[in-house]
Design a protein around this ligand. Structure first.
Ligand SMILES: Cc1cc2nc3c(=O)[nH]c(=O)nc-3n(C[C@H](O)[C@H](O)[C@H](O)COP(=O)(O)O)c2cc1C
Length: 284
């Protein structure tokens, strides 16, 4: 039987993210009875130490927090609906802390490969004017844990629960819940990509390079920016979209072609680096 995990990343009980997540889960439950609700702020998640023990030894060095429990839940869930507020233009730090721990799952990539794993995200901010990276950073979490993002909802209201006063928000949350549940029964339907949006991850944030090259800041795909009359048009090849940074195939290649070899490259330079370090030990 399929399972859908709902994660709220706001500390507020029955705050805006929380109620929209619950609305989505209630709708999802109609098609997929096995749902689980989780509050990220009730878990202890420590920051990644950057030791890469997970890559070289297959286990995370941090054993005294709840990351292992969280990953077991994410590993077994086929559907994920995750909701977070915007704090200072992007989701709260706990979201990024979970994203940062994702190298830990390198050894488990095979266990999630070949399965339909879909996600939808809900981002609530106080005001549309100050939400530059809400969806972008929030979408990183499902992508980092092997889900395909098929839909998202952006909602706006400052006070807790205030988001419910706009029926579009409630209907949007229901759409997300239904879409995730239906996808798990084989009817995968993606939200339509709007102009100016990344076709792989729905980001609206791009880096501009020379000769009209654009790069998505959430999933790394490269494309072109062309002026058509008074408008700009983004274009991406099918190959780029199918091989974005978070695809399992790209992740395996990134791990074997970059992350793992950095160790030997570093070891060769270690004596040279050691000579440069003593002066930095003076400041404690
Ligand atoms: C510390 C803090 C920072 C915030 N920063 C922003 C912001 O940058 N942009 C914005 O539109 N709203 C911002 N807000 C407003 C929240 O996004 C808004 O109240 C949201 O509805 C909270 O969702 P919640 O009820 O799920 O916690 C901020 C709120 C707090 C507490």
């Amino acid at each position: 039987m399929h399972k859908i995990l709902g994660i709220t990343c706001s500390h507020r009980h029955l705050g805006n993210s929380d109620v929209l997540l619950k609305e989505a889960l209630m709708e999802a439950k109609k098609d997929c009875p096995d749902i689980e609700y989780l509050r990220l702020s009730d878990m202890v998640i420590k920051p990644c130490r950057g030791c890469l023990k997970c890559v070289y030894k297959g286990t995370c060095a941090i054993l005294d927090d709840d990351f292992g429990v969280l990953w077991e839940k994410l590993k077994s869930a086929d559907g994920l609906i995750i909701a977070a507020p915007t704090y200072l233009f992007s989701p709260p730090g706990i979201v990024k802390m979970v994203v940062d721990r994702c190298l830990t799952i390198s050894k488990d990539l095979d266990s999630i490969a070949g399965r339909t794993r879909v996600a939808a995200t809900i981002n609530v901010a106080g005001n549309r004017k100050w939400n530059y990276l809400g969806v972008e950073i929030l979408n990183l979490l499902p992508l980092a844990y092997g889900y395909e993002v098929i839909d998202y909802l952006e909602a706006y209201a400052p006070g807790p629960g205030e988001v419910l006063l706009n029926p579009e928000n409630v209907n949007g949350a229901r759409r997300l819940g239904a879409r995730v549940a239906k996808a798990l029964h084989g009817a995968v339907e993606h939200r339509q990509v709007a102009d100016g949006q990344c076709p792989a991850c729905y980001s609206k944030t791009f880096r501009f390079g020379p000769a009209g090259i654009v790069e998505c800041c959430t999933c790394g795909i490269k494309g072109s920016l062309t002026a058509i009359k008074e408008n700009w048009q983004l274009g991406f090849s099918r190959e780029e979209i199918a091989y974005h940074f978070w695809t399992l195939q790209h992740r395996r290649n990134h791990l074997n072609g970059w992350v793992i070899p950095t160790r030997d490259v570093y070891l060769k330079k270690r004596e040279e680096i050691k000579k440069l370090l003593p002066r930095y030990r003076e400041i404690k």
